[in-house]
Design a protein around this ligand. Structure first.
Ligand SMILES: [Zn+2]
Length: 265
């Protein structure tokens, strides 16, 4: 009897273990399906890669894979709540990043634009009003969104940005070509921290997501404006430490692309 009891206890333990493993895998697969669903919903990744291939030298989602560099980029600012905190952290770790500014925010916080430039970060143009370019005609995109914002930034820093990040990463093939004829480069991203998902942006989650996706040449998408970015601020020092521990050099988008362009990759 005792042997049978022992065997049956053993079996029920095994059954429990199997049950737990099954439960875990189901939960994990639900979680990952959710992630995959979110990616395919916006169709970003494939669309971005195709555009980078078709518009080599003009449209970028990443830099060269040959150098262990990565670029942090912040969109939708400057904001008085979060941009100063992000700049403080970057200064503390002696990191240069790239800020894609919105014209309407530049008008509200000119002193922050000057601080970003003074502290050696790169500035890109993220449109004036954050409208989806694919729903606008070219003249509106050029005059109202790009040139208007470029002039505002030039007035404050002495330089009009050559890097453009379209709102939501959305841009037509024709607009890419027309922007390149005006001397602009269009910069999207290869790693989305998804800090914009306010329902699902716990700092630990952002860190895991980025750690799994980062690669040499990655352009990492984050936000310093456009919503509650307190989790981005909390996550940033951990992100910097994680990337440095993995041996990455953190640099600006311009710096990363200058290598890609010079080596014609
Ligand atoms: Zn944006």
């Amino acid at each position: 009897m005792r042997l049978q009891e022992a065997i049956s206890t053993n079996y029920s333990k095994k059954a429990l273990n199997i049950f737990l493993v099954l439960l875990l895998s189901i939960t994990a697969s639900m979680f990952f399906q959710g992630e995959i669903q979110a990616e395919s919903d916006n169709g970003y990744t494939t669309d971005f890669e195709e555009k980078q291939e078709r518009h080599s030298g003009t449209f970028f989602i990443a830099g060269s894979e040959q150098e262990k560099k990565t670029a942090l980029s912040f969109d939708d600012g400057p904001s008085s709540d979060y941009t100063p905190l992000i700049l403080d952290i970057l200064k503390e770790y002696d990191i240069k990043a790239t800020f894609f500014l919105l014209g309407k925010q530049v008008e509200k916080h000119p002193e922050l634009v000057q601080r970003i430039a003074r502290e050696g970060h790169s500035i890109g143009n993220h449109s004036h009003s954050h409208r989806n370019f694919t729903r606008l005609d070219w003249e509106t995109v050029r005059k109202q969104e790009i040139e208007r914002t470029g002039k505002l930034i030039e007035g404050l820093t002495g330089q009009s940005p050559e890097l453009v990040r379209p709102p939501y990463g959305k841009i037509t093939e024709e607009q890419i070509i027309l922007l390149s004829e005006l001397g602009y480069k269009v910069i999207n991203w290869s790693v989305d921290t998804k800090d914009w998902r306010e329902d699902n942006n716990h700092p630990g989650m952002l860190l895991t997501r980025t750690r799994l996706k980062v690669h040499p040449g990655a352009i990492i998408l984050m936000h310093d404006g456009g919503g509650d970015r307190s989790h981005t601020v909390e996550f940033l020092p951990e992100l910097i430490k994680m990337l440095q521990n993995k041996g990455y050099d953190l640099t600006t988008v311009d710096d990363m692309l200058s290598f890609s362009l010079s080596s014609d990759i």
